[in-house]
Design a protein around this ligand. Structure first.
Ligand code: AMP
Ligand code: GLY
Length: 437
């Protein structure tokens, strides 16, 4: 008996040691600050990192360019096999929704990122709401519509029966690059959004179907976990600052900065999420014949009547990941391998140092067509860790190439103030960042 126990301990240590092998090769799919941060973190833990499509800043940091189109699955498979990649991490939602996870698993390749059916949690708001409703997960009441006239009449009735100016949120059902959720301030605006979404096809097929849900009020909290089947590794919570402008004004963006842990995290927060959201969710998914392997992001709002789920994403958040990769104290690499192999056997809560991330954006980000092609100066003066996103490099100079250009991270007391000090050392025409985080 003692011998068998010892054998078990040695075997589990072997898995652990194996997964610590500094020669582990990892392919990361994606091009944002999130992927840069993940690559940086896993290289620090000893892995060799390939990225595609990546970005100029990330490659400047020494990561290898896999240089393959990740939407051509055959190319990803042949690259992974020829380079003997040990693990593929799929960063953004689109390849997951297209089924890259399914294809890689079929080829026997270890992968972080759910299959196509599970990715519906992000790709269809009405699917996510249906699952939440069936599982009894606290969330805003909603109605889903495919018929424009039905939705229009419903909105009219709703506004007629309330004293509030803005009782609803309108959401495109499908993926809309983070722009498919609108918070109208009156009925006229709500009806205009509805027309743009459903009749004018603002987001193509993605907005032909919509969800109208009750508007909630409160601070938001992001929670991310790494899950395989029924167990999960809970990352520390984060606060994502979504509004474009100081004072939480202006339109919603993908995120202008983040803090970990969330200033709102209490001792019981993660356990509450595990018990009230994750376990019921996985039970419900199982009934639908869906298993989930990879990162799961739960966006929550802390309302006066308790925490409510706003959304699920089937990936890591951006910019939450940048702060998490700098702050998390435990090694991540062994957990990634356990997850991909479906061997997470117990729930774990990871810990973090207090960390902040500040996002620097191009002019008009969040408002319209972003300004591009401006030279970025002062990067060499920054002492804190920077993660790049929308940048290109020409003749030795960096230029802006997208909305979110780069993010700056710092840890410990006063970390956000340090990020702000560092941001002052950088400039480009039209550069924007929040100064009140
Ligand atoms: P979602 O993609 O569903 O999370 O929506 C994006 C953002 O819209 C959220 O992070 C919130 O800031 C906001 N939002 C979504 N649903 C609601 C809601 N029911 N009430 C208030 N704000 C919401
Ligand atoms: N920061 C929110 C997201 O990644 O969706």
């Amino acid at each position: 008996m003692l011998f068998l126990c010892l054998l078990q301990v040695i075997k589990s240590l072997m898995i652990y040691e194996n997964d610590h092998d500094p020669k582990k090769k990892i392919l990361i799919i994606g091009s944002g600050g999130r992927e840069h941060a993940l690559a940086w973190r896993l290289r620090k833990e000893g892995a060799e990192i390939f990225v595609t499509p990546g970005n100029a800043g990330l490659f400047e940091d020494g990561f290898k360019d896999a240089n393959i189109d990740s939407e051509i699955f055959d190319l990803v498979v042949s690259f992974t096999k020829s380079k003997k990649i040990d693990l593929v991490i799929i960063g953004p939602e689109k390849p997951l929704v297209l089924g890259l996870g399914n294809r890689l698993r079929k080829e026997g390749i270890l992968v972080i990122g759910p299959n196509k059916d599970a990715a519906q949690l992000e790709a269809s708001k009405s699917f996510a709401k249906k699952i939440m409703h069936q599982a009894g997960i606290p969330s805003a009441p909603f109605r889903a519509f495919s018929d424009y006239n039905d939705a229009r009449v419903y909105l009219d009735e709703l506004y007629r029966n309330t004293d509030e100016d803005s009782p609803v949120v309108i959401k495109a059902d499908g993926l809309a690059g983070g722009k498919g959720v609108v918070l109208p301030s009156n009925l006229d605006e709500a009806q205009t959004f509805l027309r743009q979404f459903m009749q004018e096809g603002l987001f193509g097929e993605s907005s032909k179907r919509i969800v109208i849900e009750e508007r909630l009020e409160g601070n938001e909290l992001s929670f991310i976990c790494l899950c395989s089947s029924e167990h999960f590794i809970s990352l520390p919570t984060s606060r994502d600052y979504k509004r474009l402008k100081n004072g939480d004004l202006g339109p919603n963006t993908g995120g202008m900065g983040a803090r970990v842990p969330s200033p709102d995290e209490k001792e019981e927060t993660r356990t509450w999420i595990e018990e009230t959201v994750l376990r019921p969710l996985f039970r419900e998914l199982k009934k639908e014949g869906i298993t989930y392997t990879g990162f799961l992001y739960v966006g929550l709002m802390l309302t006066q009547s308790g925490m409510k789920v706003l959304e699920f994403n089937v990936r890591l958040g951006d910019p939450e990941t940048q702060a998490l990769m700098v702050g998390i104290e435990e090694k991540l690499l062994p957990y990634l391998f356990l997850c991909a192999k479906g061997q997470i056997k117990k729930d774990v809560q990871l810990t973090t140092k207090e960390t902040a991330c500040l996002v620097l954006t191009s002019q008009y980000y969040g408002e319209g067509e972003v300004r591009k092609g401006d030279v970025i100066v002062g990067l060499e003066n920054v002492d804190s860790k920077m993660f790049f996103a929308g940048v290109k490099k020409e003749k030795g100079l960096f230029y802006t190439e997208g909305g979110r250009v780069l993010s700056i991270c710092s840890t410990g007391e006063g970390c956000m103030d340090r990020c702000l000090e560092e941001a002052k050392k950088i400039s480009w025409k039209g550069m924007h960042y929040r100064t009140d985080l």
